[in-house]
Design a protein around this ligand. Structure first.
Ligand code: UD1
Ligand code: MG
Length: 453
């Protein structure tokens, strides 16, 4: 059966006190509405509609890649009003699933449970029982236990306020019926809004089956209205992600001190120490160890590589059995072959470092192609920028570069060459040559030290 999925994101979100749309605030590094769109996209045979209004241009611009049908709801007048704007775009058959842009952790598994129960004469509601139901619409059932209505907090009778089963807002309704119910909505209620929830009583009256499904946990249906709730949901997601990393064979020295803002894929026996942040897509091979306080963004790290504390790696490819850090910074375009070593206070950028090569201390290696088994002495710098353009440094296999060398690019150092410490290299060094490029030392005998006048 085809399924329309409507994601409501037109609300004001005034409690966020933000220049940005509420649904663009991020949970786990991804905008809330993008999480919902991503989950919705995994459901089979569905068509996405995104209702935008307040700060709608921002939402539209940030969600273009989902190619959802954007429906404008300028002047939002309630959840029922939102659905009414989508009504002309709904397919004649099938059903419509309504999701909220500010309820980001809803899982496809739960939605699929709803879909499995859906048919032309059934409305499926996602409900949950809460110890404190304040603020939510209450699920009203008759003596047979059948759902007969949803009553909003502000319209509820004293006796209804005691009901603990609440409306999560997520519902799945058959299109052929929904059209009529939406057309019949009125705003005759405490908030003067068109309530989507009023369709429940209409469905009950029309003899449509109303069935309920429950989410596995409360976080799945938790909405974000302010930054306190945003932070709470962030913690919840981080803890869920930490659990799944551990279940997949990673050791987290403290599961409450890891932040994954995107996607982290780990092989077996990965060990991650405290306070590490992973952003974008990060892949860690088996046996990788990450020391405390590391930041890794969009990178792939090969098996058995050790990343020591306080290391930053961004948009880079790291081979197997490498040794990186502490305090290393691998900037975009760094590629380390297997067994390479990058030590403390070393910065690399657009640098290809060959197998077994070592840059152990206090260096900057940028716009460089380096072969295998090269040893780069402490304090070596590639002078890659002339103030206008960037130039390349090429270092062949088995080169030895003495400490405090400046390699003024463009420049090439051929296989097996040696560079004396303290050299400023401006010309090509040939195969197996030794290059000295520094002032000669002069020693004067019995030098009279200056005296104070
Ligand atoms: C709604 C439900 C309530 C449920 C609660 C769950 C109704 C009438 N009530 O109440 O039963 O317990 O959610 O959180 O549906 N939105 C629009 N356009 C509008 C109004 C809202 O797109 O005109 C969007 C908002 O951006 C938000 C969502 O719909 O994402 C829910 O709106 P909100 O105003 O928070 O509804 P509640 O009063 O919380
Ligand atoms: Mg709400």
């Amino acid at each position: 059966m085809t399924q329309d999925i409507v994601i409501l994101a037109a609300g004001k979100g005034s409690r966020m006190k933000s220049a940005f749309s509420k649904v663009l605030h991020k949970v786990g590094g991804i905008a809330m509405v993008r999480r919902v769109l991503t989950t919705a996209s995994t459901l089979a045979d569905s068509k996405l509609h995104l209702v935008v209004g307040h700060q709608g241009e921002q939402v539209e611009a940030n969600c273009q890649d989902f190619s959802a049908n954007i429906v404008w709801q300028n002047d939002p007048q309630g959840t029922g009003d939102a659905l009414r704007r989508v009504a002309p775009f709904l397919q004649a058959d099938g059903a419509t699933l309504t999701l909220y842009g500010d309820v980001p952790l809803i899982r496809a598994y739960t939605l699929e449970k709803m879909t499995a129960l859906s048919n032309a004469n059934t409305l499926v509601l996602l409900t949950i029982s809460l110890d404190n139901p304040t603020g939510y619409g209450r699920i009203v059932r008759n003596e047979q236990g059948k759902v007969t209505a949803i009553v909003e907090q502000k319209d509820a009778l004293e006796s209804q306020l005691a009901i603990k089963e609440v409306n999560t807002g997520i519902l799945l309704a058959p299109n052929a019926r929904l059209q009529g119910w939406l057309a019949a909505l009125t705003n005759n209620n405490a908030q003067g809004e068109y309530y989507l929830t009023d369709v429940i009583a209409m469905a009950a009256r029309d003899g449509v089956d109303i069935v309920t499904v429950n989410p596995e946990n409360e976080a799945e249906v938790a909405g974000v209205n302010d930054r306190v709730q945003l932070a709470a949901l962030e913690r919840e997601l981080q803890s869920q992600q930490a659990i799944s990393l551990m279940q997949n064979g990673a050791t987290l020295l403290d599961p409450s001190r890891i932040d994954v803002r995107g996607e982290l894929v780990t092989g077996n026996d990965v060990i991650i120490d405290v306070n590490c942040v992973f952003e974008g897509k990060v892949v860690l091979g088996s046996g990788v160890e990450v020391g405390p306080n590391c930041y890794l963004k969009n990178c792939i790290v090969g098996d058995n590589t050790i990343i020591k504390s306080n290391t930053l790696i961004e948009d880079s490819l790291v081979g197997e059995s490498c040794d990186i850090g502490p305090f290393a910074r691998l900037r975009p375009g760094t590629q380390l072959a297997n067994k390479a070593k990058i030590g403390n206070f070393v910065e690399t950028k657009k640098a290809i470092i060959g197998e077994g090569s070592k840059v152990n201390h206090l260096s900057y290696i940028g716009d460089t192609e380096m072969g295998a088994n090269v040893n780069v002495g402490a304090g070596t710098i590639t002078c890659n920028y002339d103030g206008v353009n960037k130039h390349k440094t090429q270092v062949a296999n088995n080169v030895f570069i003495g400490s405090n060398t400046s390699l003024v690019a463009p420049v090439q150092v051929a296989e097996g060459a040696t560079i004396a410490a303290g050299s400023t290299i401006t010309k090509q060094v040939g195969e197996k040559q030794l290059a000295f490029a520094r002032a000669r030392q002069t020693n004067k005998d019995n030098w009279p030290r200056p005296t104070k006048k």
